[in-house]
Design a protein around this ligand. Structure first.
Ligand SMILES: NC(=O)C1=CN([C@@H]2O[C@H](COP(=O)(O)OP(=O)(O)OC[C@H]3O[C@@H](n4cnc5c(N)ncnc54)[C@H](O)[C@@H]3O)[C@@H](O)[C@H]2O)C=CC1
Ligand SMILES: NCC(=O)COP(=O)(O)O
Length: 324
């Protein structure tokens, strides 16, 4: 893991959430293994965190193991754990953009984002994206389609539609969207995860994958056909599978990643199985981005009880993917 020379850059995320404390804890756990730099306002780090402000990401390697390298970004206000400050919202967004700039120029090897509070950014700074994933697709430029994957040792899941209301899923979900998501997932499993012949499973949209049209029509109308066509093209695909029975241990052994049609269908199984160790990875971007699977956890922020394991796994995976 130490092959990476440019550091992994960690964006501060929502300062009122658990982001600063899990970043500091992850640095303490990984400082001898993964070069990293945190971007944010040092006032937002937990009291007593040893840190050293640097001017450029390239200086991260020269900071000793006894201090967290920090690219300082000045926010208007200190943070009150659990209570997002609208005045700080724009800074959260700008730090993400600045970190992407570092990765795109090669000054950082990969980006690991600490959680943002979507509502706080929308209300505090009119953030026009429902999450990092969609914002990063725009920052990447071109016509990159960003695909969300949550990964752990037990399961990889990809929601085909992401942060949209449930009522919009049947219309946003199209053959073109599903095809592109399958293609991006297959390519990423090969390139980023080193799986030479990825096996993919696709869920149905409806209960029991439609049960022959008695519980919904989308499977009969187009999902069955698309999966059959792509199988003929050489993709190792199974489905559409009933979403309620495709995540038990025996079923999981038959695929390398599961695509599910909407956010909760995909994320509930992995967060139930592996909340502490799940990592959010954005596929389809021209740079590596990972994140812990959890959010800002306002209910426990600033109390020292946040589990940093998902953040640690996210930084490790970012470094591994960058090396690959
Ligand atoms: N990558 C990101 O930026 C993500 C951001 N979010 C955002 O986070 C905000 C809060 O979302 P919620 O649904 O409340 O989910 P959440 O993950 O913040 O919290 C859910 C529950 O898990 C607990 N929890 C979360 N992280 C923990 C940790 N490291 N250690 C111990 N317990 C932990 C919390 O205390 C809470 O009880 C929302 O605005 C959401 O959009 C959610 C997921 C990912
Ligand atoms: N539920 C996952 C989530 O909200 C993560 O979103 P993103 O900020 O990584 O796009």
């Amino acid at each position: 893991m130490t092959e990476t020379t440019a550091p992994v850059v960690i964006s501060c995320g929502e300062p009122a959430g658990v982001g600063p404390e899990i970043a500091a804890a992850a640095w303490a756990a990984l400082r001898d293994h993964v070069p990293m730099v945190w971007m944010g306002d040092p006032r937002h780090l937990p009291d007593g965190t040893p840190y050293q402000v640097i001017d450029h990401a390239s200086q991260a390697g020269s900071v000793g193991a006894d201090a967290l390298p920090v690219l300082a970004y000045s926010f208007p206000n200190p943070a009150i754990p659990g209570t997002p400050d609208p005045a700080n919202a724009q800074g959260v967004i700008d730090v993400i953009a600045a970190c992407v700039g570092l990765v795109r120029t090669g000054a950082a090897s990969a980006l690991c984002t600490a959680p943002i509070h979507k509502q706080a950014l929308i209300e505090g700074a009119r953030f026009s994206y429902p999450g990092h994933t969609e914002y990063l697709a725009t920052l990447a430029g071109g016509d990159h389609r960003a695909v969300m994957m949550l990964a752990s040792d037990q399961l990889r899941v990809v929601p085909v539609t992401i942060h949209i209301p449930l009522v919009e899923v049947p219309t946003v979900l199209t053959p073109a969207l599903l095809r592109e998501t399958i293609e991006i997932t297959d390519a990423a499993l090969r390139a980023d995860f080193g799986i030479r012949a990825p096996r993919l499973a696709v869920s149905g949209l409806n209960p029991h994958a439609g049960e022959g049209g008695t519980m919904g029509q989308e499977e009969l109308r187009w999902i069955n056909r698309l999966i059959a066509d792509m199988r003929d093209e050489g993709f190792d695909l199974r489905g559409p599978l009933p979403a309620d029975t495709m995540f038990h241990a025996t079923a999981r052994a038959k695929y390398d990643a599961a695509l599910a049609m909407y956010h909760d269908q995909a994320l509930i199984p992995i967060k139930t199985l592996d909340f502490d160790r799940g990592v959010n990875v954005t596929l389809g971007l021209p740079f590596v981005r990972t994140s812990p699977d959890h959010g800002t956890a306002f209910d426990i922020a600033g109390q020292g009880g946040a589990n940093p394991t998902s953040m640690i796994e996210a930084i490790k995976l970012a470094a591994q993917m960058a090396n690959r």
